[in-house]
Ligand binder design. Structure first.
Ligand code: IMP
Ligand code: MG
Length: 193
């Protein structure tokens, strides 16, 4: 499907019908992920970092990215909730799943799906720093600078996007659409009566 293509999409019987407008195609995403992997492979040559994948949204990005990283690494997972069921940030971050192993004295690379207000990544960086890693860097697939509340330095970013809610490639709306291979903006279709 080409960028900009609009498709009504019924995710599941329980999800409201949405109109999806493709923002980033599968090919565009794959190309950028490969570029990020090449950059990371240069920057982490000779080191042995821990990649911290932030669930759930980053699992697709992490899966594609780490298979192209050519250096020794281990992977850990954290899950945080910041939005609950709302589409706008609550400003509160709750740690729901913690690391299984210590990151003390390790280089940490935090993998995020999207940085919006920056509140989640700010919380995660502070939380990880308290565990005495030798370094914490941030890599995000998407970045929405317009919504920034906390200015957290982003070491690696895939795409800068406008302030629109997006789904696909791991990103969800009420748990749906993570399986789309592309990224799309989402609008609810209001039924005419
Ligand atoms: P922040 O704390 O506002 O930076 O938000 C970060 C988190 O909010 C991300 O990890 C996502 O889980 C969620 N989020 C922000 N924008 C979007 C979006 O456009 N689509 C889906 N989830 C989003
Ligand atoms: Mg997330």
């Amino acid at each position: 499907m080409k960028s900009g293509t609009s498709v009504p999409h019924l995710a599941a019987a329980s999800a409201p019908p949405h109109r999806l407008q493709q923002l980033l195609s599968e090919a565009e995403i794959q190309k950028r992920v490969s570029e990020l992997a090449q950059q990371l492979t240069k920057d982490y040559a000779g080191s042995d970092p821990v990649i911290v994948c932030i669930l759930k949204g980053s699992f697709v990005f992490a899966g594609d990215l780490i298979r192209q990283l050519d250096f020794p690494l281990s992977i850990e997972f954290m899950r945080v909730s910041s939005y609950g069921k709302a589409i706008v940030t609550s400003g509160e971050v709750k740690l729901e799943l913690d690391l299984a192993n210590s990151v003390a004295n390790r280089q940490v690379l935090l993998l995020e799906d999207v940085i919006d207000t920056g509140l989640t990544v700010d919380y995660l960086k502070a939380n990880l720093r308290a565990r005495s890693p030798s370094q914490v860097r941030v890599c995000t697939l998407l970045h929405k600078p317009a919504n920034r509340i906390k200015a957290v330095p982003i070491d690696y970013a895939g795409f800068e996007i406008h302030n629109k809610f997006v789904v696909g490639y791991g990103l969800d709306y009420h748990g749906y659409y993570r399986n789309l291979p592309y990224i799309a903006t989402l609008e609810e279709i209001v039924a005419k009566s």
